[in-house]
Design a protein around this ligand. Sequence first.
Ligand code: PMP
Length: 355
Amino acid sequence: MSRFLCDKYAPLKEYTPGEQPQGMKFIKLNTNESPYPPSENVITAAKEQSELLNLYSDPQAKELKKALAERYGTEYENVFVSNGSDEILEFFFMAFCSDRKVAYPQISYGFYPVYAQLFGADAEEIPLKDDLSIDHNDYVAINKNIVIANPNAPTGICLTKNEIEQIVSSNKDNIVLIDEAYVDFGGESSVELVKKYDNIVVCMTFSKSRSLAGGRLGFCFANEKIIQDLEKIKYSTNPYNVNRMTQACGVEAIRNDGYYMQNAKKIICTREYLIGEYKALGFEITDSKANFIFASHSDISGKELYEELRSHGILVRHFSTPRISNFVRISIGTQEDIQTLVSVTKEILKARRAL
Ligand code: PMP
């Protein structure tokens, strides 16, 4: 820390991203990216736009917002796009939670507490139930802003749209953000609630099901006035927040929706295969509807399994957070990668039992 950092940022506990090894020496199952490449049209669009990089991008991202509004059945005025959905979360906390109350699950996406601290929110972390699911009743009429990942991370467990609606309708004087980063892998979207309620933001990303993590593209749907507030923050921080290659990639990815939704189905099949194999090996696994599983085993700690897999060239994610330190989170790769994971895991467990 330099002697120039403003006092209020000195205690900030920043977010730690998952490891991003450069070069491909690992089977990378640690940051929930898609194992499938972008569609050809997306790659062509990026190349075309790369020749125009001397020009700024469209600050209104009109084509992209139009494509998203059409795909999700909302009006253009209900769409906001961002540099990764992390930026929507950032703008949300800045715009609506600075010096205000906000509640989110105690075990969830690690960026929520960081933004809460950064923007001085009065944050309440609500514990999960014993089975690591969220009790939606904990959020009914709580009279605070609310942020919930649905499916939750890193458990992958979902709430129903009906449960989300109970939360939204009972907190009318507060704003509820539903983070649907993983919704395309079997969750139930709440996007339709945007038409009915003026206090919900439904946030999604191109990073997971749409193979664009490196392009950084997030989007959200909300009442027009909320979108205007987010635009106000954007124009006060970074008007060209989505670069021109990524905007064009986003438009093409929506045009190629079939390809991406087919890949999501493949990932769901591979997830179910992995759950079956891991259960047979004695793992306990949460009911994940995301592109990852969350698993623990009584014969090996989460940290040891993470380290053993790493030494065999497979990267997964381990969190040392209390209550979940015995788990590993494993992103769903290609069927082939996951078959390798299963056979390596068998070897690791066999070696343990022989000890
Ligand atoms: N929400 C959740 C629950 C996530 O796990 C992630 C991915 N780390 C994000 C949001 C942010 O994703 P991105 O910024 O890549 O859109």
